[in-house]
Design a protein around this ligand. Structure first.
Ligand code: PLP
Ligand code: TYF
Length: 398
């Protein structure tokens, strides 16, 4: 029965991570997968998370199933984080949120929901986008198109081309935006540009789907939500896929959320019954622990303050590494301009390194970077900066 099955191609990012793990070079450097590393190169458990877990250990009374949509304390906390506590979407109950296994789970449930209820819709993603987007949407049979986004020459947003692309997208299609910290480029619209995109969305009548995996890694929790909050001033409906893998460091707990915003509370309630149906036929109900941690932190003033300060520390360390990377390359005599890296935000930047240069870094120096040239800036440390920049200076000389 199975003999005809051919091996699937390795995932471009996770496959690279496996190769890194198998590399015996003690000086190997991993700038592939988007996982935050501290100065020691570890991915620590946040103090706020540990403290929340201690409380949960005492408080938790059952391991019985959660409901399909997850725990109420989590669902309301997620909405407050997305919209701000007293937003009219919350007071008027225009949104419904389901806890999903990670941001990927949220995207997958969204994909099924779209395929079932907007069967004619094409979903549009930025060029480039997170490597998994296309696969997730195609796996439910959705048509996936791409819109212009990145100006590779100037290492910036090609806003004119973006507007031109989106102006072609018809009413009823779905457009995916990265809420902040665009993966893989690190290039986001400015507040004014978000405003223009929101106006265009309203004019064209397409449905925005915000993929929000890095809230707090750009400027701060509030400013990073500005894009989707601006949209909500102009459009009545939206889907939001949240991930708390990065900003709570809860990668392996699989904690994310799918939020649906509708024009009326009644519509939100009705549409949500269909979201729950997609969940029921996928995994029935979400795993509890990660969402219990997030709810415990978001609903407690002390833990919230501790988490916010730890998130700020991660953000600041990444910003510092960006500047140090640019300055160290310059100090090594690299003439190519890398200054754009310190202007970008989030975990990633498109370095502009070619596939050949990426391959050479891996072969000669055990430095792991995604083939597109995307660097996970969160993997840079004071310790690996010198060898990394020496290697880049060396290969750019060739
Ligand atoms: N969306 C984007 C843009 C991401 O970068 C990621 C993770 O890297 C995800 C979604 C998936 O998040 P999770 O790991 O919570 O499934
Ligand atoms: O580095 C990235 O862009 C992601 C990271 O289950 C990732 O692909 C890794 C594992 C996973 C989801 C996301």
């Amino acid at each position: 029965m199975f003999e005809h099955i051919q091996a699937a191609p390795a995932d471009p990012i996770l496959g690279l991570n496996d190769a890194y793990k198998n590399d015996t070079n003690p000086n190997k450097i991993n700038l592939g997968v988007g996982v935050y590393k501290d100065e020691q190169g570890n991915t620590p458990i946040l103090k706020a998370v540990k403290q929340a877990e201690e409380r949960l250990l005492v408080k938790e009374k059952t391991k019985s199933y959660l409901s399909m949509e997850g725990a109420p304390a989590y669902r309301t906390a997620v909405q407050k984080l997305l919209f701000g506590s007293d937003h009219n979407i919350i007071t008027k109950q225009l949104a419904q949120t389901a806890h999903t296994p990670g941001g990927t789970g949220a995207l997958r449930v969204a994909a099924e929901f779209i395929k079932k209820h907007l069967p004619e819709a094409t979903i549009w993603v930025s060029n480039p986008t997170w490597a998994n987007h296309q696969s997730v949407f195609q796996s439910v049979g959705l048509e996936v198109g791409s819109y212009a986004y990145y100006d590779a020459k100037n290492k910036s947003l090609d806003f004119e081309a973006l507007l031109a692309s989106l102006s072609q997208i018809p009413e009823g299609d779905v457009v995916l935006f990265h809420g902040c910290c665009h993966n893989p480029t690190g290039v986001d619209p400015t507040p004014e540009q978000w405003y223009q995109l929101a106006k265009l969305c309203s004019k064209q009548g397409f449905l925005p789907l915000f993929d929000f995996a890095y809230q707090g890694f750009g400027q701060n929790l509030t400013d990073d939500a500005q894009g989707l909050r601006t949209f909500l001033e102009h459009v009545p409906e939206m889907l939001i896929a949240s991930s708390f893998s990065k900003n709570f460091g809860l990668y392996n707990e699989r904690v994310g959320a799918l939020t649906i915003v509708c024009d009326t509370a009644e519509q939100a309630e009705t549409a949500f019954t269909q979201v729950k149906r997609c969940i029921r036929t996928n995994y029935s109900n979400p795993p509890s622990h990660g969402s219990a941690i997030v709810a415990e932190i978001l609903n407690d003033a002390d833990l919230y303050a501790l988490w916010e300060s730890e998130l700020k520390d991660m953000r600041i360390r990444i910003h510092e590494m960006r500047s140090l990377f640019v300055n160290t390359l310059r100090a090594k005599g690299v003439s190519q301009d890398f200054s754009f890296i310190s202007q970008q935000q989030g975990m990633f930047s498109f370095s502009g390194l070619t596939p050949d240069q990426v391959a050479q870094l891996r072969k000669d120096y055990s430095i792991y970077i995604v083939g597109s040239g995307r660097i996970s800036v969160a993997g840079l440390t004071h310790d690996n900066m010198e060898p990394l920049c020496n290697a880049i200076a060396e290969i750019l000389k060739d």
